[in-house]
Design a protein around this ligand. Structure first.
Ligand SMILES: Nc1ncnc2c1ncn2[C@@H]1O[C@H](COP(=O)(O)OP(=O)(O)OP(=O)(O)O)[C@@H](O)[C@H]1O
Length: 696
C-alpha cells in the first residue's frame, strides 16, 4: 500500500548499512519498511530525540538504532548505530552519535587547531577494532586490497594509504569512526526508489543510488523539452548546473525510449578534458549500460572529428609556436597609409602585449568569423577593455593577415581556426550525422564558433541544453551573454539556480567577496547555501619550506576533522611547474601526492591531487588549498608593460581563475600567498570573510 512516504538516505547510512552483519539485515530492513509506512513517533519503538536535535528521531531494532528525520513526503535515514547494552533513549548522548551539536544552524564543525595551522601534529588515533578479512568482505572491498589493509592500525594509516582507492578508504573510515550526525545532516540525500534496492545493494546487484534533487532542480531536468528552442540554465558555482545536465541526459533517453527509439545519439560536451573525464564517470554511474547512447567529448574533439570527416587532418599550432610566429609576423608586417598612419599603427602594436594581441586576433577576429577588415572595424569586442579606434584595428588586421600567411606556409592552423572551419563545414550541410540531443556544460568558455557548431549538430533545437556561469569564464576575456543569446535564441527559456549545494556558506561568500571586480555577471542574485562550516583560511608565507609545512598541517587536520582520506584533498596551482614542485615536496615528506594534467586526471586515485587552477574548472574536492604562487611569476609580472585597460582585463581574468579555484572547495579551504607579493591578486582577503591569521 502506498503510504505517501518516500525513503531517502545519507551516504553515511548507506555505508553503515553496507557494513551491517548479514544476520541483522532482515530485521533492520523490516524496521525501515515500518518507517516508510509511518515515521511519526509512537512512544514505543519510534521516538523523537528532542533533547539532541528538534528533528532527530530513532527507531530501535535489537542492538541497533536507526536515526532519521522526516518531512512530508520524505523520510531521511541518517545513521545506523549499534549500542551493545540495552540503553534507554535518554542515555543516547551526543557522544554516541559522534558528537551531534544540538542546534544545527549554530554548528561550526571545528577543525582541531584550525586557528593555528602551525601547531604540532595530532597524535595518531588507534583504530577501535582490527581490520579483518571478514570485515573487508562484508564491506565488499575487493580482495586485492586485503593484504595492504589488514596491517593498518591507526586513523592516520587509513587517511594516508597509497595505492588503495579513496572510495575504499572512506568506507573503512566511515565504519571505524562514526561520523558526527551534524556532518551527516549536511550530506546529500540519496533516493531509495524501492526498499528492496537496499537488499540488492547489499548483494552487489545495485551499485549506486541517485541523488535527490531539490524541487527547483527537478523542474529543470525536464523543463522546456517541448518548447520551440534551446534552454539555458545559469547559476553560481555549486548550484547543480552540471548535475542537472547529467540528469537531463537520463531524462531524454527515457523520453526517446518511450517513443520506441533504440538508436539514440546524445552528445554531452564541455570545454576541458578534466571535466569530460569526471562527467563520463558520473554518467556511467547514472546511466549504466545506457551510456552507450552518449558521446562524451570536449567541443574541440568534436571539431577535430568533423574536420577529419571532411578529409582534413589539421596540424594545430601550440601556444609557444604561436607566440614565435606572432613575433615574426609583427616584424614582417608593412602597414598601409601615410607615414603618420604607419607610425601610429606601429605604435599600437608595440604598446600591446603579445598575449593581448593574440587574444584580440583569436577571440574577436577568428572566433567571430570576421572575414574582412570592414567587418572587424564595426565588430563588437565584448569583454575587451582596451578601446581600439579605426586606425588601431587596421594595425591589428594587418598583423592578422601576415599571421594567416605564415600559418598557411607552415601548413598549420590554430584551435580557433579549427573550430571555425568545423562550424563552416557543418553549416554548409555536408555533414548529416546529427545528434538527438546536445548538452553543453560550462558554455561560458566556448568560442562562439564552437557553440554554433554544437547547435548545428542537434536535430531539434529544443533538445539543446546549455549551462553557463559568466563569472567562471577563464579561458578568454570575451564571454558575453549576448553572443550566446544571439546564436541560440533562448527567448524566455533561461533559468537561474540559487542554492549552492557544494560549498559551505563561509567558503561561498568569501570567494564572492574576493571576486568582486573580476565579476562579469554582476546581477545581485540571492545566494542560498545548504551547508555551513568554518571560515576559509588565508595565510602569508615567506618561503617554500613554510608553504609545505602549512599545507601538510592543513591537510592532516582537515582530513581528520572530516574523516576523509587523502583522495579528498586537492592543491590547485597557477602553473604546471609550480604544481609539479609542490607534488615533489609532498612526496619528500612521505605524503602521497601526484601532479596530474587535465588529461591524466583520475579522481578515483587515493592520493592528494595537485592540478592547475584552470584544469580544476567544473570539479570539486572536499578539502582544497590554493598554493604555488611563490614559485610562479604568474602573479608578479605582467607580460610586457601594458596599458591600464589591458592590465585590468588581465587581472579580472586571473581573479576569476582564483575564484573558480576557491569555489571547488566543499568543506575546507586554505589560500597560501607569498608574504612579499604586491600582486593585486594576492590582495582582497577581507577579514570579515577570511580567517587571516598571523603567522607564528
Ligand atoms: N539537490 C542536491 N542535494 C545535494 N547535493 C547536490 C544537489 N544538487 C547538486 N548537489 C551537489 O552539489 C555539488 C555541485 O553540483 P554541480 O557540480 O552540478 O554544480 P555546478 O552548478 O555545475 O557548479 P560549477 O558551476 O561550480 O561547476 C555536487 O557535489 C552535486 O552532487
Amino acid at each position: 500500500m502506498d503510504s505517501g512516504w518516500y525513503t531517502t538516505m545519507k551516504p553515511s547510512f548507506r555505508d553503515e548499512w553496507m557494513a551491517l552483519p548479514h544476520k541483522e539485515v532482515q530485521q533492520i530492513h523490516e524496521k525501515i519498511k515500518l518507517l516508510e509506512q509511518d515515521p511519526t513517533p509512537d512512544a514505543k519503538v519510534k521516538k523523537q530525540l528532542k533533547h539532541l536535535h528538534p528533528r532527530l528521531h530513532r527507531i530501535r531494532s535489537g542492538h541497533y538504532r536507526i536515526f532519521y528525520t522526516f518531512e512530508k513526503p520524505h523520510v531521511s535515514l541518517l545513521a545506523l548505530r549499534r549500542r551493545d547494552d540495552d540503553t534507554y533513549d535518554e542515555e543516547i548522548d551526543a557522544e554516541f552519535l559522534g558528537g551531534l551539536v544540538p542546534e544545527l544552524r549554530l554548528a561550526q564543525p571545528g577543525i582541531p587547531g584550525w586557528e593555528a595551522p602551525y601547531t604540532n601534529e595530532p597524535t595518531a588515533k588507534r583504530l577501535p577494532q582490527p581490520i579483518t578479512e571478514e570485515l573487508l568482505t562484508r564491506l565488499q572491498i575487493p580482495g586485492e586490497y586485503f593484504p595492504r589493509l589488514v596491517h593498518l592500525q591507526t586513523e592516520d594509516d587509513l587517511l594516508d594509504c597509497p595505492d588503495v582507492p579513496s572510495a575504499v578508504l572512506d568506507k573503512l573510515l566511515e565504519y571505524m569512526f562514526p561520523r558526527p550526525l551534524q556532518q551527516v545532516m549536511q550530506q546529500p540525500d540519496l533516493h531509495v526508489q524501492h526498499l528492496d534496492d537496499l537488499l540488492r545493494f547489499k548483494e552487489g546487484e545495485l551499485i549506486s543510488f541517485l541523488l535527490k534533487l531539490s524541487p527547483e532542480q527537478e523542474k529543470y531536468v525536464n523543463w522546456g523539452m517541448k518548447a520551440s528552442g534551446p534552454t539555458l540554465l545559469k547559476g553560481l558555482p555549486g548550484t547543480g548546473k552540471s548535475t542537472i545536465a547529467l540528469y537531463r541526459v537520463r531524462s531524454i533517453i527515457a523520453e526517446l525510449r518511450k517513443q520506441g527509439r533504440d538508436d539514440i545519439r546524445i552528445l554531452f560536451t564541455t570545454y576541458t578534458n578534466a571535466l569530460i573525464n569526471s562527467s563520463l564517470q558520473l554518467l556511467e554511474q547514472l546511466l549504466g549500460t545506457d551510456i552507450r547512447f552518449v558521446d562524451v567529448q570536449t567541443a574541440d574533439r568534436v571539431a577535430i572529428k568533423l574536420l577529419s570527416h571532411a578529409g582534413r587532418t589539421p596540424h594545430i599550432m601550440n601556444d609557444s609556436e604561436m607566440n614565435t610566429l606572432l613575433q615574426h609576423a609583427i616584424q614582417k608586417t608593412r602597414f598601409d597609409g601615410s607615414e603618420q598612419q604607419k607610425q601610429s599603427q606601429k605604435q599600437t602594436i608595440e604598446q600591446m602585449s603579445l598575449d593581448y594581441l593574440l587574444q584580440e586576433i583569436n577571440q574577436v577576429i577568428v572566433a567571430r568569423q570576421l572575414h574582412t577588415l570592414k567587418d572587424y572595424l564595426t565588430a563588437a569586442r565584448p569583454g575587451r577593455k582596451l578601446p581600439l579606434r579605426g586606425i588601431q584595428r587596421r594595425a591589428v588586421w594587418s598583423i592578422f593577415e601576415t599571421l594567416q600567411q605564415s600559418l598557411a606556409q607552415q601548413g598549420k592552423i590554430t584551435w580557433r581556426q579549427a573550430r571555425a572551419m568545423a562550424e563552416a563545414y557543418v553549416a554548409q550541410g555536408a555533414y548529416t550525422q546529427f545528434y538527438d540531443a546536445v548538452i553543453i556544460d560550462e558554455a561560458q568558455d566556448l568560442d562562439p564558433s564552437s557553440l554554433r557548431l554544437l547547435v548545428h549538430l542537434c536535430k531539434q533545437s529544443n533538445r539543446i541544453f546549455v549551462t553557463a556561469d559568466a563569472n567562471q569564464s577563464i579561458y578568454g576575456s570575451g564571454f558575453n551573454w549576448s553572443d550566446v543569446h544571439q546564436d541560440l535564441k533562448f527567448q524566455g527559456r533561461t533559468a537561474i539556480l540559487h542554492a549552492n549545494y557544494r560549498s559551505t556558506r563561509e567558503i561561498g561568500e568569501a570567494a564572492q567577496n574576493y571576486l568582486a571586480e573580476g565579476a562579469l555577471d554582476t546581477d545581485t542574485e540571492e545566494r542560498l547555501y545548504v551547508n555551513n562550516g568554518p571560515q576559509p583560511i588565508m595565510r602569508r608565507i615567506q618561503d617554500q619550506r613554510q608553504q609545505l609545512q602549512l599545507l601538510v598541517s592543513f591537510f592532516r587536520q582537515a582530513r581528520s576533522a572530516y574523516r576523509m582520506s587523502s583522495g579528498a584533498c586537492a592543491v590547485l596551482c597557477p602553473t604546471i611547474k609550480s604544481g609539479r614542485a609542490i607534488a615533489e615536496d609532498f612526496t619528500r615528506q612521505g605524503l602521497d601526492a601526484t601532479f596530474m594534467t587535465g588529461q591524466e586526471l583520475d579522481l578515483k586515485r587515493s592520493c592528494i591531487k595537485v592540478i592547475t587552477l584552470r584544469s580544476a574548472k567544473g570539479l570539486e574536492f572536499p578539502i582544497v588549498a590554493l598554493a604555488g604562487f611563490l614559485e610562479s611569476t604568474w602573479h608578479t609580472t605582467m607580460p610586457h608593460t601594458p596599458s591600464d585597460e589591458e592590465r585590468e582585463e588581465y587581472l579580472s581574468l586571473e581573479r576569476r581563475t582564483m575564484f573558480v579555484g576557491m569555489t571547488r572547495a566543499m568543506r575546507a579551504l586554505l589560500v597560501v600567498t607569498p608574504e612579499d607579493s604586491t600582486s593585486p591578486l594576492m590582495q582582497g582577503f577581507d577579514r570579515q570573510y577570511w580567517n587571516v591569521g598571523e603567522q607564528s
